[in-house]
Design a protein around this ligand. Structure first.
Ligand code: C2E
Ligand code: MG
Ligand code: MG
Ligand code: MG
Length: 298
Protein backbone atom coordinates (compact mmCIF):
# COMPACT_ATOMS: atom_id res chain seq x y z
CA UNK A 1 0.00 0.00 0.00
CA UNK A 2 2.86 2.31 0.90
CA UNK A 3 4.48 1.61 -2.40
CA UNK A 4 1.41 2.46 -4.47
CA UNK A 5 0.79 5.57 -2.40
CA UNK A 6 4.37 6.57 -3.07
CA UNK A 7 3.83 6.10 -6.75
CA UNK A 8 0.56 8.05 -6.72
CA UNK A 9 2.25 10.90 -4.89
CA UNK A 10 5.04 10.83 -7.37
CA UNK A 11 2.51 11.03 -10.22
CA UNK A 12 0.73 13.82 -8.40
CA UNK A 13 3.93 15.84 -8.17
CA UNK A 14 4.76 15.11 -11.78
CA UNK A 15 1.31 16.26 -12.86
CA UNK A 16 1.70 19.45 -10.82
CA UNK A 17 5.10 20.07 -12.38
CA UNK A 18 3.67 19.49 -15.85
CA UNK A 19 0.92 22.00 -15.13
CA UNK A 20 3.45 24.54 -13.88
CA UNK A 21 5.62 23.93 -16.93
CA UNK A 22 2.60 24.38 -19.17
CA UNK A 23 1.63 27.64 -17.46
CA UNK A 24 5.15 28.95 -17.94
CA UNK A 25 5.22 28.00 -21.63
CA UNK A 26 1.86 29.68 -22.24
CA UNK A 27 2.99 32.80 -20.45
CA UNK A 28 6.19 33.01 -22.48
CA UNK A 29 4.25 32.50 -25.70
CA UNK A 30 1.76 35.21 -24.68
CA UNK A 31 4.58 37.66 -23.93
CA UNK A 32 6.46 36.90 -27.13
CA UNK A 33 3.28 37.41 -29.11
CA UNK A 34 2.64 40.72 -27.36
CA UNK A 35 6.18 41.81 -28.21
CA UNK A 36 5.68 40.93 -31.87
CA UNK A 37 2.20 42.44 -32.11
CA UNK A 38 3.26 45.67 -30.39
CA UNK A 39 0.90 45.20 -27.47
CA UNK A 40 3.48 45.83 -24.78
CA UNK A 41 3.02 49.40 -23.49
CA UNK A 42 4.68 51.62 -20.93
CA UNK A 43 2.78 53.28 -18.10
CA UNK A 44 4.25 56.12 -16.07
CA UNK A 45 4.05 56.72 -12.32
CA UNK A 46 5.10 60.07 -10.83
CA UNK A 47 7.89 60.49 -8.29
CA UNK A 48 7.20 63.60 -6.21
CA UNK A 49 8.36 65.70 -3.28
CA UNK A 50 7.29 68.88 -1.49
CA UNK A 51 8.27 71.93 -3.57
CA UNK A 52 10.42 74.57 -1.88
CA UNK A 53 8.42 77.36 -0.23
CA UNK A 54 7.09 79.72 -2.86
CA UNK A 55 8.14 77.49 -5.78
CA UNK A 56 5.66 76.50 -8.49
CA UNK A 57 3.71 73.30 -7.72
CA UNK A 58 5.05 71.43 -10.74
CA UNK A 59 8.59 71.68 -9.35
CA UNK A 60 7.43 68.98 -6.93
CA UNK A 61 7.31 66.49 -9.81
CA UNK A 62 10.73 64.85 -9.80
CA UNK A 63 10.05 62.54 -12.72
CA UNK A 64 8.32 59.31 -13.66
CA UNK A 65 9.03 55.61 -13.41
CA UNK A 66 8.22 53.68 -16.57
CA UNK A 67 6.37 50.42 -15.81
CA UNK A 68 5.58 47.80 -18.43
CA UNK A 69 2.06 46.55 -19.22
CA UNK A 70 0.72 43.92 -21.60
CA UNK A 71 -2.45 44.71 -23.50
CA UNK A 72 -4.12 41.30 -23.74
CA UNK A 73 -6.85 40.82 -26.36
CA UNK A 74 -9.19 39.07 -23.91
CA UNK A 75 -7.87 39.78 -20.42
CA UNK A 76 -7.25 43.50 -20.85
CA UNK A 77 -4.28 45.36 -19.39
CA UNK A 78 -1.94 43.00 -17.49
CA UNK A 79 0.72 44.09 -14.97
CA UNK A 80 4.10 42.35 -14.71
CA UNK A 81 2.66 40.05 -12.03
CA UNK A 82 1.10 38.10 -14.93
CA UNK A 83 4.32 37.75 -16.93
CA UNK A 84 7.18 38.30 -14.46
CA UNK A 85 9.25 35.26 -15.52
CA UNK A 86 9.20 36.47 -19.13
CA UNK A 87 10.95 39.71 -18.14
CA UNK A 88 14.01 37.77 -17.01
CA UNK A 89 13.84 34.83 -19.42
CA UNK A 90 16.95 34.06 -21.52
CA UNK A 91 14.98 34.20 -24.74
CA UNK A 92 12.98 37.37 -24.02
CA UNK A 93 14.81 39.55 -21.48
CA UNK A 94 16.98 41.37 -24.00
CA UNK A 95 14.18 41.88 -26.51
CA UNK A 96 11.89 43.27 -23.83
CA UNK A 97 14.69 45.44 -22.45
CA UNK A 98 15.36 46.89 -25.91
CA UNK A 99 11.66 47.57 -26.36
CA UNK A 100 11.57 49.41 -23.01
CA UNK A 101 14.68 51.48 -23.81
CA UNK A 102 13.28 52.48 -27.19
CA UNK A 103 9.76 53.22 -25.95
CA UNK A 104 10.83 55.26 -22.92
CA UNK A 105 13.54 57.26 -24.70
CA UNK A 106 11.13 58.03 -27.56
CA UNK A 107 8.55 59.25 -25.05
CA UNK A 108 11.11 61.12 -22.96
CA UNK A 109 12.53 62.87 -26.01
CA UNK A 110 9.03 63.95 -27.02
CA UNK A 111 8.31 65.36 -23.56
CA UNK A 112 11.64 67.19 -23.48
CA UNK A 113 10.95 68.70 -26.91
CA UNK A 114 7.55 69.84 -25.67
CA UNK A 115 9.00 71.63 -22.66
CA UNK A 116 8.57 68.88 -20.07
CA UNK A 117 12.14 68.09 -18.96
CA UNK A 118 11.22 65.00 -16.94
CA UNK A 119 13.54 62.48 -15.38
CA UNK A 120 12.60 58.97 -16.44
CA UNK A 121 13.41 55.77 -14.59
CA UNK A 122 13.57 52.44 -16.39
CA UNK A 123 13.59 48.97 -14.87
CA UNK A 124 16.28 46.75 -16.38
CA UNK A 125 16.21 43.03 -15.72
CA UNK A 126 19.28 41.33 -14.29
CA UNK A 127 19.45 39.11 -17.36
CA UNK A 128 19.62 42.08 -19.76
CA UNK A 129 22.01 44.06 -17.56
CA UNK A 130 24.44 41.12 -17.53
CA UNK A 131 23.99 40.41 -21.26
CA UNK A 132 27.21 41.13 -23.21
CA UNK A 133 25.14 43.28 -25.59
CA UNK A 134 23.53 45.46 -22.91
CA UNK A 135 25.88 48.44 -23.14
CA UNK A 136 25.63 48.41 -26.93
CA UNK A 137 21.84 48.33 -26.68
CA UNK A 138 21.96 51.26 -24.29
CA UNK A 139 24.39 53.34 -26.38
CA UNK A 140 22.35 52.73 -29.50
CA UNK A 141 19.10 53.77 -27.83
CA UNK A 142 20.69 56.94 -26.42
CA UNK A 143 22.24 57.81 -29.78
CA UNK A 144 18.86 57.40 -31.50
CA UNK A 145 17.27 59.92 -29.09
CA UNK A 146 19.60 62.91 -28.72
CA UNK A 147 16.63 65.02 -27.56
CA UNK A 148 16.87 63.56 -24.06
CA UNK A 149 20.17 63.90 -22.20
CA UNK A 150 21.39 60.77 -20.40
CA UNK A 151 21.39 62.72 -17.13
CA UNK A 152 17.58 62.59 -17.27
CA UNK A 153 17.59 58.80 -17.42
CA UNK A 154 17.84 56.56 -14.42
CA UNK A 155 18.33 52.82 -14.56
CA UNK A 156 16.65 50.86 -11.78
CA UNK A 157 18.30 47.58 -10.86
CA UNK A 158 17.31 45.15 -8.17
CA UNK A 159 19.72 43.19 -6.06
CA UNK A 160 19.38 40.18 -8.34
CA UNK A 161 21.97 41.35 -10.90
CA UNK A 162 24.81 41.86 -8.41
CA UNK A 163 23.70 38.66 -6.67
CA UNK A 164 24.22 36.72 -9.90
CA UNK A 165 27.55 38.29 -10.87
CA UNK A 166 28.74 41.09 -8.67
CA UNK A 167 31.87 42.15 -10.56
CA UNK A 168 30.13 42.15 -13.92
CA UNK A 169 27.17 44.13 -12.54
CA UNK A 170 29.47 46.69 -10.94
CA UNK A 171 31.42 47.11 -14.16
CA UNK A 172 28.29 47.55 -16.29
CA UNK A 173 26.82 50.07 -13.85
CA UNK A 174 30.06 52.05 -13.87
CA UNK A 175 29.82 52.24 -17.65
CA UNK A 176 26.23 53.47 -17.31
CA UNK A 177 27.40 56.21 -14.96
CA UNK A 178 30.16 57.09 -17.42
CA UNK A 179 27.52 57.47 -20.13
CA UNK A 180 25.80 59.97 -17.85
CA UNK A 181 22.90 57.88 -16.58
CA UNK A 182 21.86 57.67 -12.96
CA UNK A 183 21.60 54.35 -11.15
CA UNK A 184 18.91 53.45 -8.62
CA UNK A 185 18.96 50.41 -6.36
CA UNK A 186 15.35 49.19 -6.53
CA UNK A 187 13.47 47.26 -3.83
CA UNK A 188 16.29 48.17 -1.48
CA UNK A 189 16.52 45.97 1.59
CA UNK A 190 14.60 43.00 0.23
CA UNK A 191 17.68 41.10 -1.01
CA UNK A 192 20.36 39.78 1.27
CA UNK A 193 23.46 41.87 0.74
CA UNK A 194 22.09 45.40 0.67
CA UNK A 195 24.70 47.17 2.75
CA UNK A 196 27.70 45.73 0.95
CA UNK A 197 26.04 46.66 -2.35
CA UNK A 198 25.65 50.18 -1.08
CA UNK A 199 29.30 50.15 -0.15
CA UNK A 200 30.58 48.88 -3.51
CA UNK A 201 28.12 49.66 -6.32
CA UNK A 202 28.00 53.00 -8.10
CA UNK A 203 24.51 54.32 -7.35
CA UNK A 204 22.87 57.73 -6.90
CA UNK A 205 19.47 56.63 -5.62
CA UNK A 206 18.05 54.08 -3.19
CA UNK A 207 14.41 53.04 -3.55
CA UNK A 208 12.97 51.83 -0.27
CA UNK A 209 10.71 48.90 -0.99
CA UNK A 210 6.99 49.29 -0.35
CA UNK A 211 7.07 46.34 2.06
CA UNK A 212 8.89 48.59 4.56
CA UNK A 213 6.57 51.55 3.99
CA UNK A 214 3.20 49.79 4.19
CA UNK A 215 3.11 49.33 8.00
CA UNK A 216 5.45 52.13 8.93
CA UNK A 217 2.87 53.67 11.29
CA UNK A 218 2.20 50.48 13.23
CA UNK A 219 5.38 48.45 13.05
CA UNK A 220 8.25 50.00 15.00
CA UNK A 221 10.72 47.78 13.17
CA UNK A 222 9.64 49.06 9.75
CA UNK A 223 9.81 52.58 11.13
CA UNK A 224 13.35 51.97 12.39
CA UNK A 225 14.48 50.42 9.12
CA UNK A 226 13.15 53.30 7.00
CA UNK A 227 14.63 55.87 9.40
CA UNK A 228 17.98 54.08 9.24
CA UNK A 229 18.03 53.76 5.46
CA UNK A 230 17.03 57.43 5.05
CA UNK A 231 19.80 58.51 7.43
CA UNK A 232 22.36 56.26 5.75
CA UNK A 233 21.39 57.55 2.32
CA UNK A 234 21.70 61.15 3.49
CA UNK A 235 25.13 60.54 4.98
CA UNK A 236 26.28 58.84 1.77
CA UNK A 237 24.91 61.71 -0.33
CA UNK A 238 22.36 59.48 -2.07
CA UNK A 239 18.83 60.33 -3.02
CA UNK A 240 16.23 58.14 -1.37
CA UNK A 241 12.78 57.39 -2.77
CA UNK A 242 10.05 55.75 -0.69
CA UNK A 243 7.82 53.44 -2.73
CA UNK A 244 4.25 52.43 -1.93
CA UNK A 245 3.13 55.74 -0.39
CA UNK A 246 -0.63 55.21 -0.14
CA UNK A 247 -1.85 57.53 2.62
CA UNK A 248 -1.34 61.03 3.96
CA UNK A 249 -0.11 59.41 7.18
CA UNK A 250 2.63 57.65 5.19
CA UNK A 251 3.57 60.98 3.60
CA UNK A 252 3.79 62.77 6.93
CA UNK A 253 5.88 60.18 8.72
CA UNK A 254 8.24 59.87 5.71
CA UNK A 255 8.83 63.61 5.68
CA UNK A 256 9.65 63.63 9.38
CA UNK A 257 12.11 60.76 8.77
CA UNK A 258 14.00 62.80 6.18
CA UNK A 259 12.61 60.90 3.25
CA UNK A 260 10.93 63.60 1.15
CA UNK A 261 10.90 61.92 -2.26
CA UNK A 262 7.95 59.59 -2.73
CA UNK A 263 6.08 57.41 -5.16
CA UNK A 264 2.75 55.71 -4.63
CA UNK A 265 -0.97 55.44 -5.18
CA UNK A 266 -1.57 58.47 -2.93
CA UNK A 267 -0.27 60.65 -5.75
CA UNK A 268 -1.16 58.48 -8.72
CA UNK A 269 -1.27 54.95 -10.02
CA UNK A 270 0.85 54.35 -13.12
CA UNK A 271 -0.87 56.11 -16.05
CA UNK A 272 -0.66 56.04 -19.84
CA UNK A 273 1.76 58.54 -21.40
CA UNK A 274 -1.11 60.66 -22.80
CA UNK A 275 -2.29 61.44 -19.26
CA UNK A 276 1.06 62.73 -18.02
CA UNK A 277 0.97 66.40 -19.18
CA UNK A 278 -2.49 67.05 -17.71
CA UNK A 279 -1.57 65.23 -14.50
CA UNK A 280 1.47 67.50 -14.08
CA UNK A 281 -0.65 70.62 -14.65
CA UNK A 282 -3.10 69.58 -11.94
CA UNK A 283 -0.46 68.38 -9.47
CA UNK A 284 -0.17 70.25 -6.22
CA UNK A 285 1.61 68.59 -3.29
CA UNK A 286 -0.39 70.70 -0.84
CA UNK A 287 -3.65 69.15 -1.99
CA UNK A 288 -2.64 65.79 -0.58
CA UNK A 289 -2.02 67.27 2.82
CA UNK A 290 -5.20 69.36 2.78
CA UNK A 291 -7.16 66.17 2.07
CA UNK A 292 -6.30 65.05 5.57
CA UNK A 293 -8.42 67.88 7.03
CA UNK A 294 -11.59 66.21 8.19
CA UNK A 295 -14.80 67.26 6.42
CA UNK A 296 -16.15 68.76 9.68
CA UNK A 297 -13.34 71.30 9.68
CA UNK A 298 -14.03 72.41 6.11
P1 C2E B 1 9.08 48.06 -9.06
O1 C2E B 1 10.10 48.51 -10.02
O2 C2E B 1 9.46 48.02 -7.63
O3 C2E B 1 7.85 49.02 -9.32
C1 C2E B 1 6.95 49.43 -8.33
C2 C2E B 1 5.69 48.63 -8.36
O4 C2E B 1 4.86 49.04 -7.27
C3 C2E B 1 4.83 48.84 -9.60
O5 C2E B 1 4.15 47.61 -9.87
C4 C2E B 1 3.85 49.91 -9.16
O6 C2E B 1 2.65 49.92 -9.92
C5 C2E B 1 3.61 49.46 -7.75
N1 C2E B 1 3.14 50.54 -6.88
C6 C2E B 1 3.42 51.86 -6.99
N2 C2E B 1 2.84 52.57 -6.00
C7 C2E B 1 2.19 51.67 -5.23
C8 C2E B 1 1.39 51.80 -4.03
O7 C2E B 1 1.20 52.88 -3.49
N3 C2E B 1 0.89 50.65 -3.52
C9 C2E B 1 1.11 49.43 -4.09
N4 C2E B 1 0.55 48.36 -3.50
N5 C2E B 1 1.86 49.28 -5.21
C10 C2E B 1 2.39 50.39 -5.78
P2 C2E B 1 4.06 47.00 -11.32
O8 C2E B 1 3.93 48.07 -12.34
O9 C2E B 1 3.04 45.92 -11.27
O10 C2E B 1 5.50 46.37 -11.52
C11 C2E B 1 5.95 45.34 -10.71
C12 C2E B 1 7.42 45.06 -10.93
O11 C2E B 1 7.64 44.59 -12.26
C13 C2E B 1 8.29 46.30 -10.80
O12 C2E B 1 8.55 46.57 -9.45
C14 C2E B 1 9.52 45.87 -11.57
O13 C2E B 1 10.36 45.06 -10.77
C15 C2E B 1 8.91 45.01 -12.68
N6 C2E B 1 8.81 45.83 -13.90
C16 C2E B 1 7.91 46.78 -14.21
N7 C2E B 1 8.16 47.31 -15.43
C17 C2E B 1 9.26 46.70 -15.90
C18 C2E B 1 10.04 46.81 -17.09
O14 C2E B 1 9.79 47.65 -17.97
N8 C2E B 1 11.12 45.98 -17.23
C19 C2E B 1 11.45 45.07 -16.26
N9 C2E B 1 12.52 44.29 -16.46
N10 C2E B 1 10.76 44.95 -15.10
C20 C2E B 1 9.68 45.75 -14.93
MG1 MG C 1 11.36 50.03 -10.21
MG1 MG D 1 10.69 48.87 -6.34
MG1 MG E 1 9.15 45.76 -6.66
Amino acid sequence: AAKSRGRNQCCFYEAAMDLEQERLMEMLAMTQQALEQHSLVMYYQPVVSRPADGAAPETGVMGFEALIRLQHPQQGLLTPASFAEALDHPRLARRIGCFVLEAVLTQGEQWHQRGLPLRLSLNISARHLLDPEFLNDLRQALAAHPGIAPAYCEIEVTESAPMMDFEKAREVLQHCNALGLRIALDDFGTGNASLSYLQKLPAQTIKIDQSFVRDILNDPRDFAIVAGVAKTAQMLGLEVIAEGVETVAHLQVLETLGCPVMQGYLFSKPMPAESVPAWIRSFNFKNYIDNSISPTKL
